[in-house]
Design a protein around this ligand. Sequence first.
Ligand SMILES: [Fe+2]
Length: 432
Amino acid sequence: MRHETGVADAAMEAAIDAVIDAAIQEVNHRAHGRMSDRFRRVRRQSRAIAEPLSAEDCCVQSMPDASPVKWHLAHATWFFETFILERFEPGFRAFHPQFRVLYNSYYEGVGDRFPRAQRGLLTRPALDEVLAYRADVDHRMLLLIDALEAGEHAPPEGFMELLELGLQHEQQHQELMLTDIKHLLSLNPLQPAYQEMPESLRIAEPARLPLDWHHIEAGVVEIGHDGPGFCFDNEKPRHRQFVEAYQCASRLVNNAEYCAFVEAGGYRDASLWLSEGWEWKRQLKLEYPIYWQRDAAGGWREFTEYGLQPLEPHRAAVHLSYYEADAYARWAGARLLTEAEWEHAADLLQGCGREFFGVAWQWTSSSYAPYAGYVPPAGAVGEYNGKFMVNQYVLRGSSSATPLNHARLTYRNFFPACARWQASGIRLARAG
Ligand SMILES: [Fe+2]
């Protein structure tokens, strides 16, 4: 009897295993199917961003921090070629052997690289050749992905993770393309628009959001990513932090409020500024945000992707450095949130908090540092985030330039305190 039961159990287990295997295959097939669609979509989106631009627009570098659009298009492609095709493509041959150096951004583990500040000198390869590079790598990547979709074999170890990282990486560069091209066009006396303002925006009045303060209790909070879904290495591990009671602003500081700071002499009052920020502002002779301009009537205009536009008082103030955000907060009798406070508040206030995502990245007062227990991945991709954890501040949320589906609660963006060409704004905090 015991023996017969054992046979029945074994048969049942085999049947269950077969069902589970079939289910896993189906899930994998669907996941890979979605992955190939996503690959095409993400790659197409980069091309679409470059579409309104001329070849000349795509070649120029407006400052060492920014890169030419043509370089972004090539570098995002280089990432797939170097980290995936070189490792997984049978009989790999580089599209062009020198591109390995030309489009290596900062990976010491890959070898030599072309100096960042000179990317604008690369009139060759021409934009057409870069687009041919993209088409070639897309074709070869899709051969690999299609073979997985067809169930020819299981994904090799590390393939799917690197593919996902490559797509997320390209989305990061899509945002940089938009902010870099805006900076370049802003320096042109013709003040050209990147694109025409859509009719819907021309007639829409921005919402006038009241400023409320949300009280949040003191306590031990958990921040960081704990799955499911993708995250960058710097978002892990999820861990505990203690926060004192605090109040979190329900929305971002808007242009009217920041304008009041400018008009009240905020840029001329040293008591409001960090020493380093005051020196930065003094050397650059700054008196207002990077894209603002006085108009003939004494009002303000702002350079936008739609060209020069009247400064919209109810829109969030953007393109502010950490120094400016910190000085404004001091003037307003408040402060910036720490990143633990930001993530905890954004999590708690889902539904009643405003502008956490999709408007402007929000400076936090937290230095960009590893979480307790952080371990960078092995190999050259371990250089993706970890080695930049010095002299930078964390920004949270996402901006209007962030690709859809790229933002998440635990996302950690980071820039030096002087960076102001990104779409960065201010969410205030004060004692609870
Ligand atoms: Fe990159």
